[in-house]
Design a protein around this ligand. Structure first.
Ligand SMILES: Nc1ncnc2c1ncn2[C@@H]1O[C@H](COP(=O)(O)OP(=O)(O)OP(=O)(O)O)[C@@H](O)[C@H]1O
Ligand SMILES: [Mg+2]
Length: 411
């Protein structure tokens, strides 16, 4: 078995041998698809949204087709992309533009189902009808799913979001409902429903959408399973003590993001195969370095630029950065950091504010800030999860002095 066919960080095809079950998410998705509303699935990039819906739909033999909103953005039309996803390429357009179809659109407008009769309402309704019926002819009866993946790529376009809103409302009309096609809208951002708050017909759109639980990082047991399965396929053995040790390390630095877990395991597997004698814990150092090099190089540079360059006895700034890497919340106030500082560095902290507020302020300014500051709530957020991964993999506490040290990955 090849390492690259076991650990597949960006492969869009689901490898069932490596798929780690996520029962809560899988059940929620299946129930939603079988329910009456359209479904919204979101989560940060690399967290496994695409693998999740492919696995669930295939396992349950629910026919589906994927339209990519990034293409819609290129075509400047969602309808065009849906057409190319649903109508097999090369299929001739059987029907032309008929009086009848135009009448349907007019009726929809008159009934107040479509907001307005402009050019695109007409342009959308007719080709959609064609695309849906082509899809229906290809698949058996029952629910069929049209996935609209990468919603984030059209969010900023109010025209495309309006078009999507129209499509959602259109699908509810009896003349389109006969196709029994469910939308599964997939994207990166949080609170995807808010996306629609700016579109017209916001309420009727929101009424038809169900937001699924967020696809977050994997839990420690899931990361352990992924690591164990992959190494087993590759015939690399890990002892009873090493497996949880390595899994905890990977879970911590990757924040459980499945894509990152695959990346790391791949690097570790290469480190093991580059020498004889199987797994040894020292190999984690090489894996850390290689993993940082492929995906975190830029983040590493940014983090480095914020560290105290001069070695001072305390290096408060470095302590603060270290602590930011260890906290679990996305948004935090300076007090959270203060508490954590006292906990982690009891010998060097005092009862005062220790300048934490201004250090956090510094980390939020400059050309490549680490944090962003919300001035309304006085809270901070790490700009990119990769910064946290980088802090976690590259900074460590010296066991004797308890000072913050940096692994230097010389590239
Ligand atoms: N359940 C899983 N078990 C094992 N590996 C997984 C699982 N889900 C995802 N992965 C791994 O993570 C990678 C990224 O997953 P996926 O492409 O589904 O993420 P995504 O959330 O769709 O990301 P994006 O928003 O960038 O499209 C996959 O290529 C696969 O290697
Ligand atoms: Mg995806």
């Amino acid at each position: 078995m090849q390492i690259s066919s076991v650990f597949t960080p960006r492969n869009s095809d689901v490898n069932l041998k490596m798929y780690v079950p996520r029962l809560n998410l899988e059940n929620a998705l299946l129930r939603s698809v079988n329910g009456t509303m359209h479904s919204l699935l979101f989560g940060d990039s690399g967290n496994g949204k695409s693998w999740l819906y492919k696995k669930v739909l295939e396992q349950n033999r629910i026919p589906y087709a994927i339209a990519n909103c990034a293409n819609a953005s290129r075509f400047k039309s969602i309808t065009e992309e849906i057409k190319s996803a649903l109508v097999p390429s090369g299929a001739a357009h059987k029907t032309g533009y008929t009086e009848n179809k135009e009448a349907t659109v007019k009726a929809l407008v008159a009934e107040g189902k479509l907001a307005h009769q402009n050019q695109y309402a007409v342009q959308v309704a007719e080709p959609l009808n064609q695309a849906f019926s082509a899809f229906r002819q290809r698949v058996r009866s029952g629910t069929a799913v049209l996935v609209l993946d990468n919603l984030e790529s059209i969010f900023k376009s109010s025209e495309l979001m309006d078009e999507l809103a129209d499509i959602i409302i259109l699908l509810d009309d009896a003349r389109y409902a006969v196709f029994n096609i469910k939308l599964l809208i997939v994207g990166i951002p949080n609170g995807t429903l808010e996306y629609f708050s700016k579109t017209k017909n916001m309420e009727s759109v929101a009424n038809r959408l169900e937001e699924l639980p967020k696809v977050a990082g994997m839990t420690l047991p899931q990361v352990t399973t992924l690591l164990a399965n992959g190494f087993k396929l590759l015939d690399i053995s890990l002892s009873k003590e090493d497996l949880p040790f390595v899994a905890a390390h990977i879970h911590h630095i990757t924040m459980g993001v499945p894509q990152r877990v695959h990346e790391y395991c791949e690097k570790l597997a290469y480190a093991v195969s580059d020498q004889s004698g199987g797994f040894r814990r020292e190999l984690l150092i090489a894996a850390d370095r290689e993993w940082t090099r492929i995906g975190l190089r830029q983040a590493y540079t940014v983090m480095e630029s914020h560290l105290n360059s001069k070695r001072t006895s305390i290096s408060r700034r470095n302590q603060v950065i270290y602590v930011i890497g260890q906290i679990k919340v996305h948004q935090f106030e300076s007090n959270t950091i203060l508490v954590k500082l006292r906990e982690t560095f009891p010998a060097t902290t005092t009862d005062t504010g220790m300048g934490v507020g201004s250090i956090l302020g510094d980390l939020s300014t400059g050309d490549s800030p680490l944090l962003s500051k919300n001035t309304k709530t006085n809270s901070f957020r790490v700009i990119d999860p990769r910064f946290v991964m980088c802090i976690r993999v590259a900074l460590f506490l010296d066991p004797t002095s308890n000072s913050v040290e940096k692994k230097s990955f010389a590239y």
